[in-house]
Design a protein around this ligand. Structure first.
Ligand code: AMP
Ligand code: MG
Length: 328
């Protein structure tokens, strides 16, 4: 249920979208920075605000499956099977685009990534805006994704409106899939696992080297804090000064001696880890520690998506570390 006060705020935000403005809003994954998907000038503002390169396409958000035909063409039945199970929810499906969607949204691709978010505020916003909303995460390009309105504020003072929906309930981005003749392949691991998807349609991986063409915005470095960020291993433990470092803890085994410790889930529940991950990274980025170390989690289920975020966040720093450039 959306309160009357919140509904009024959503109306104001929808008017801004209708007039070609940019609004930050909650989804179940992370906060998004949204604009009218059919208005290229409005979408361009998102790229400028985020400093996002134009080769990195945006996901288009719908409030209902009835909107599918306004953004894409040639929707086969498998999409409806997936939608029945996973929408609203953190699954993005890459489909053939309708030519009313401007090129800036899809970085010139003839496909568009589409999803229906599992968040009442997001869907109400899209509905009242009477359009589809193109939205990447509401952070500066390459930085940590926002899971609460305060994180969005940290990055953007110039956004027309920020709708506050509290903490996001999933905490990491959607799983992005592409359908080939035989089944689905995963362009980005996310909140919905491969095993969950396989219950609906078969998994069928095409050649890895085609991935870059299918999904141009996937970079090795992403989700990065402003401080040196490492995935815990023996050599890092030996070299860093724990008394100046923050730990994102999973098992609790390594907590002693760190200046700050944030435990992702007391029961080592991977879904709870995902919910708390970006918030932990923000807290340590904003704290007095010099380095941030994250304990790896098991690469199974949603743990694959969590490790993907950690590896991307650590990408430059781990390479620096290999070159002995760590400053302790
Ligand atoms: P985000 O920045 O989390 O909103 O995710 C957007 C990502 O979705 C991009 O970096 C792309 O890799 C992927 N994506 C969006 N649209 C498409 C598309 N049409 N085809 C393939 N991947 C897409
Ligand atoms: Mg993002």
């Amino acid at each position: 249920m959306i309160s009357i006060e919140k509904k009024n705020q959503i109306k104001i935000a929808a008017d801004i979208i209708k007039k070609g403005g940019v609004v930050a809003f909650p989804t179940e994954t992370v906060y998004g920075l949204g604009a009218d998907a059919f208005n290229p000038n409005a979408v361009e503002k998102i790229f400028e605000l985020k400093k996002r390169p134009i080769f990195d396409p945006l996901i288009v958000h719908l409030y209902s499956i009835d909107q599918l035909e306004i953004v894409c063409t040639e929707v086969d039945n498998r999409v409806y099977d997936l939608a029945e199970k996973f929408w609203p929810g953190p699954l993005t499906i890459v489909l053939k685009k309708n030519n009313k969607i401007p090129d800036i949204v899809t970085s010139g691709l003839n496909t568009v990534g589409v999803r229906i978010p599992d968040n009442d505020i997001a869907r109400e916003l899209i509905k009242l805006s009477e359009t589809a909303i193109a939205a990447p995460s509401a952070n500066k390009f390459g930085r940590i994704s926002p899971t609460k309105a305060e994180h969005v504020q940290k990055y953007f003072s110039e956004v027309d409106f920020i709708l506050n929906g509290g903490n996001t309930k999933v905490g990491i981005e959607s799983t992005i899939i592409f359908l080939n003749e035989k089944g689905f392949e995963i362009l980005r691991y996310g909140a919905i696992t491969k095993e969950e998807l396989e219950k609906v349609i078969p998994y069928c991986e095409i050649k890895i080297d085609q991935k870059k063409l299918l999904s141009p915005g996937m970079l090795k470095s992403h989700y990065s804090p402003r401080k040196p960020f490492y995935i815990l291993n023996d050599s890092i433990l030996n070299k860093i000064d724990k008394s100046k470092s923050g730990l994102i803890s999973f098992t609790g085994k390594y907590d002693d001696g760190f200046k700050r410790v944030i435990t992702l889930s007391k029961n080592q529940d991977l879904r709870e880890c995902a919910i708390n991950l970006f918030s932990a990274m923000h807290s340590l980025e904003d704290s007095d520690v010099e380095n941030i170390i994250a304990e790896p989690v098991p690469e199974k289920g949603i743990g694959i998506a969590i490790m993907d975020r950690l590896k991307k966040a650590a990408f430059y720093y781990m390479n620096d570390f290999a070159d002995n450039k760590l400053n302790t």
